[in-house]
Design a protein around this ligand. Structure first.
Ligand SMILES: *Cc1c(COP(=O)(O)O)cnc(C)c1O
Length: 352
C-alpha cells in the first residue's frame, strides 16, 4: 500500500527495520524499559541532537529541545514565553489560525497578512509583510499542510525574531536557521513517530521572561536540563534518531530536497497538463510536501479516491475542512510511488 497519509505519515522502511532490529539491545532490555537518565539513553539523545545540528546546520547559539504536547502546545508556549505585549501572525491556513487563537490569550496578536479571502491559496511575498511597532516576533507557518502552500522565501524581520511552525516541512529543504529566532515541529510528519516536538531556539530568547509560567512550560528550563527536566518522550526520540540517520545516508538535506522537488514537479505537471484536475494553490506558493487538487467535476472525487484505494494508494482524501484530494509526499515517500500516482491520475482521466 502506498502511504499518502498527511500525519502521522510514512517513515523510511530502512529506519523502521533498524528500529526493530535494535529495539531490544539495551543490555538485554528494550528502549522502552531503561531509565531516561541512563548512559544508554544519554547516547540516544546526544546522537539525535548531533545529527539534527549537522543536517539542519544549526549554529552554536541555538538550543535544540525535544518536548511533548505536539505543535499545538507550541501555539501557546511561543506567546507565553516570547510575547511581551504584542506579536504578528501571518495567516495562511488552519494551523496558523490555531496559533493565532492561543496568542490572543496572552496579548495583542496582529495580522500583517492573511490569504483567508482567497481560500488560503497562497503565502505572502516578503514585501507584503510589515510588522507592527513593538512586535515581540513574527509567527509564520512555513508549510500549510491542509491547503498545500509553502513559503518559498521567508520575510525579512530585522531585529524582530522570526518564529516558524515547520511541522510539515522540517528537514525537507535547505533553510538558513540563523534567520529564525525559533523553529518548532511536531515529529509525526517528517521526523518520526508522534510523541515529540522539536524546538530550535536562539539562546537570547531563552532570557525572555514576561510573566509567571508553570515550570514545564518554560523553554529556559528545558534548555538548562537538556530536555531531561522530566521524563522525555524516550521512544519518539529513539525512533527519530534512525530517521535522521536515514536522511544522512541518503545524502543529507541537499539530496532530499532535490528528490522532493522532482516528486512535487511530477504531480504538478500532471495536474497542469490535464483537463480534469485543478490545483488549489497559486503556482508561486505550491508546496513540495502536500499537493492539493480538485477534480473539475467534484462529484467524481469519491470515485477517484475509491479507485485509488483499489490501486493500493491510501490517505489521499483532502482534510475534512476543505475536501478535495491531497497527496502528502514527505521525505520518506518514494519517487516511484509518486510516479505511480501520476500514472493513475492520467489513466483515470482517460477512462472517464
Ligand atoms: C499537523 C500540524 C500541526 C499539529 O500538530 P500536533 O502535533 O498534532 O499538535 C501543527 N502545525 C502544522 C503545520 C501541522 O502540519
Amino acid at each position: 500500500m502506498l502511504n499518502f497519509n498527511p500525519g502521522p505519515s510514512i517513515l523510511p522502511a530502512e529506519a523502521l527495520e533498524e528500529i526493530r532490529r535494535n529495539f531490544m539491545s539495551f543490555g538485554g532490555m528494550s528502549i522502552l524499559e531503561i531509565s531516561h537518565r541512563s548512559k544508554e539513553f544519554e547516547n540516544v539523545l546526544e546522537d539525535a541532537k548531533a545529527l539534527f545540528v549537522e543536517l539542519a546546520v544549526i549554529p552554536k547559539n541555538y538550543h535544540i529541545l525535544f518536548l511533548q504536547g505536539g505543535a499545538s502546545l507550541q501555539f501557546a508556549m511561543v506567546p507565553m514565553n516570547l510575547m511581551e505585549k504584542c506579536a504578528d501572525y501571518s495567516l495562511t491556513g488552519y494551523w496558523s489560525k490555531k496559533a493565532l487563537k492561543e496568542a490572543k490569550l496572552f496579548g495583542e496578536a496582529n495580522i500583517p497578512f492573511s490569504s483567508e479571502n482567497s481560500a488560503f491559496s497562497r503565502t505572502p511575498k516578503p514585501a507584503e509583510i510589515s510588522l507592527s511597532q513593538k512586535s515581540s516576533y513574527l509567527h509564520i507557518t512555513s508549510n500549510n499542510t491542509i491547503y498545500g502552500t509553502q513559503y518559498r522565501e521567508f520575510p525579512e524581520t530585522g531585529d524582530i525574531p522570526l518564529v516558524a511552525d515547520m511541522s510539515s516541512d522540517i528537514l525537507s529543504r535547505k533553510i538558513d536557521v540563523s534567520k529564525f529566532g525559533l523553529i518548532y515541529a511536531g515529529a509525526q510528519k517528517n521526523l518520526g513517530p508522534a510523541g515529540t516536538t522539536v524546538v530550535i531556539i536562539r539562546d537570547d530568547l531563552l532570557k525572555r521572561e514576561y510573566r509567571k509560567l508553570p515550570t514545564m512550560l518554560k523553554y529556559s528550563i528545558h534548555a538548562e536540563s537538556n530536555s531531561l527536566y522530566n521524563t522525555p518522550p524516550v521512544f519518539a526520540v529513539y525512533a527519530m534518531s534512525y530517521v535522521l540517520k536515514w536522511i544522512k545516508k541518503s545524502g543529507g538535506i541537499d539530496a532530499i530536497e532535490k528528490i522532493n522537488r522532482e516528486k512535487a514537479d511530477t504531480l504538478y505537471k500532471t495536474i497542469d497538463s490535464s483537463n480534469l484536475y485543478c490545483g488549489t494553490a497559486e503556482k508561486s506558493s505550491r508546496s513540495s510536501m502536500n499537493v492539493t487538487f480538485r477534480l473539475k467535476n467534484t462529484a467524481l472525487e469519491n470515485r477517484f479516491l475509491d479507485e485509488a484505494k483499489k490501486a493500493e494508494m491510501a490517505g489521499l482524501k483532502g482534510h475534512r475542512e476543505i475536501g478535495g484530494i491531497r497527496a502528502s509526499i514527505y521525505n520518506a515517500f518514494p519517487l516511484d510511488g509518486v510516479k505511480k500516482l501520476a500514472e493513475f491520475m492520467k489513466e483515470f482521466e482517460r477512462k472517464i
